[in-house]
Design a protein around this ligand. Structure first.
Ligand SMILES: [Zn+2]
Length: 348
C-alpha cells in the first residue's frame, strides 16, 4: 500500500471511530449532494490480488457495497440525477453507480448483484474494443511487462527495473502515467516500441476481457442499466488533435446507438483528470448531444455543478469497508475544503 493510501486509511479510521463520520452524515446540506461512485472491474478474489492498476473490487466487496448503499443511500440512475439537477431538486442521499471501460466482468459479476439489490448503474463503453480480443492499451502495457523475461526495459530514454514483482508493479504504473502525458501519436509509437522491447511471444489478447455486444444488448433491455460512451480506443483526449477527438466521440456514440438501439447521452472522459479534457472537448460533446460527462476528479455534485465535469468517488480493492463508508460520505472532500480555507485565511 502506498503512502497516500495509508494516510487515507488512517484518516478514515480516525473520522469513523471518533464519531465525526456519523455527525457529518446527519448534516442536511451535505446529504443533499449527490455522490457518483466510479468502478471499473468486479473480479474474483484471486484476481484482485494481482491488481497492478488499482481498479478492481472483488465480487464480495461489490456485493457488500451495493447492500450498504441500498440500505443507507438512495441509489438513482445518472439520468435521474440529471433530471433532478435540472429541476434544482436533488433528493437527499442520492447516489449513482458508474462503471468505466466495458469489462466483461461487469456482466458476469456486477450485473447479477446490481439486479439483486435493485441498484441502477451506467456502464461507459470503450466501443472499439467491445466484442474483440483486444485489450485496453494500459492493460496491454501491463500484460507485456508482466510476461517478459527481461530484467529491465528502456522506454523514452529511461530505463525501468522490472527484476521483481514489486519493481514490475511500480515500473508499470510509472510507464503508464508517463504515456498518459504523451502526445497521442507518440504514445501509440511507444507502445509498438514496448512490444519489441518486451519481446513477448505469447498472444496477450484475450476474448474474455471485454464485454460482447450480445451481453451489452441483454443488459440494455434492463431498465437498471444505461450505457454511455467512453470513446473508441481510450486515448487521452487532450493529447489529440480536435479532429481525432471528434472522431473518437462521434464513432463511439454512433456504434453504441446502432448496437443497442439507444443513442447514448452520457459520456465519461478516458482517464478523466483535470488535464485530460478541456473546453473544446466539452464543446464537441455538446455538439453530439451528450447531456453530461463524468470525470475522475474527486468530490460530490450539487444542483449547480458543471454537468460536463461531474465529480466522482473512485472505489477499489485497496479500500476496506470502513474506508469505503467514510469515503463515499464525502467527508474527505469537506475536510480538504476546510483545510484549504484555513490556509487561505492564515496567508492573508
Ligand atoms: Zn477508462
Amino acid at each position: 500500500m502506498n503512502t497516500a493510501l495509508k494516510f487515507e486509511k488512517y484518516f478514515a479510521y480516525i473520522l469513523y471511530y471518533t464519531g465525526l463520520f456519523f455527525v457529518y452524515g446527519k448534516m442536511k446540506n451535505i446529504s443533499n449532494k449527490t455522490r457518483i461512485l466510479m468502478y471499473h472491474r468486479v473480479v474474483e478474489d484471486t484476481q484482485a490480488k494481482n491488481d497492478v492498476l488499482p481498479k478492481m473490487v472483488t465480487k464480495d466487496e461489490f456485493e457488500n457495497q451495493m447492500r450498504y448503499i441500498s440500505l443507507k443511500y438512495r441509489p438513482i440512475s445518472l439520468n435521474q440525477f440529471l433530471d433532478d439537477a435540472k429541476k434544482g431538486k436533488i433528493k437527499k442521499k442520492s447516489i449513482v453507480i458508474t462503471m468505466d471501460d466495458g469489462y466483461k466482468d461487469n456482466y458476469t459479476n456486477a450485473y447479477p448483484i446490481l439486479t439483486k439489490y435493485n441498484v441502477p448503474a451506467s456502464i461507459f463503453l470503450t466501443s472499439g474494443l467491445i466484442d474483440t480480443d483486444k485489450m485496453l492499451w494500459f492493460d496491454e502495457v501491463s500484460a507485456m511487462i508482466c510476461s517478459t523475461k527481461k530484467m529491465e526495459i528502456k522506454i523514452q530514454n529511461r530505463i525501468f527495473n522490472i527484476s521483481s514483482n514489486e519493481k514490475k508493479t511500480s515500473s508499470i504504473q510509472n510507464i503508464i502515467s508517463m504515456l498518459k502525458k504523451t502526445d497521442n501519436e507518440e504514445r501509440l509509437r511507444w507502445i509498438k516500441e514496448l512490444q519489441k522491447e518486451c519481446r513477448t511471444s505469447k498472444n496477450l489478447n484475450n476474448k474474455n476481457t471485454m464485454l460482447s455486444w450480445k451481453e451489452v444488448k441483454e443488459m440494455s433491455k434492463n431498465k437498471l442499466i444505461t450505457f454511455g460512451a467512453h470513446t473508441q480506443t481510450h486515448p487521452i483526449l487532450s493529447k489529440m488533435n480536435l479532429k481525432d477527438v471528434e472522431n473518437e466521440i462521434a464513432k463511439s456514440k454512433q456504434i453504441i446507438g446502432i448496437k443497442t438501439g439507444i443513442e447514448p447521452g452520457l459520456f465519461s472522459y478516458p482517464n478523466g483528470g483535470k488535464e485530460d479534457f478541456n473546453k473544446d472537448i466539452k464543446r464537441i460533446l455538446k455538439k453530439y448531444d451528450f447531456k453530461c460527462a463524468t470525470s475522475t476528479i474527486s468530490g460530490l455534485n450539487d444542483k449547480n455543478c458543471d454537468l460536463f465535469e461531474l465529480k466522482r468517488i473512485g472505489c477499489s480493492h485497496e479500500n476496506d469497508n470502513i474506508v469505503f463508508k467514510v469515503k463515499i460520505s464525502g467527508i474527505f472532500n469537506t475536510v480538504i475544503s476546510i483545510y484549504k480555507l484555513f490556509i487561505k485565511v492564515i496567508n492573508k
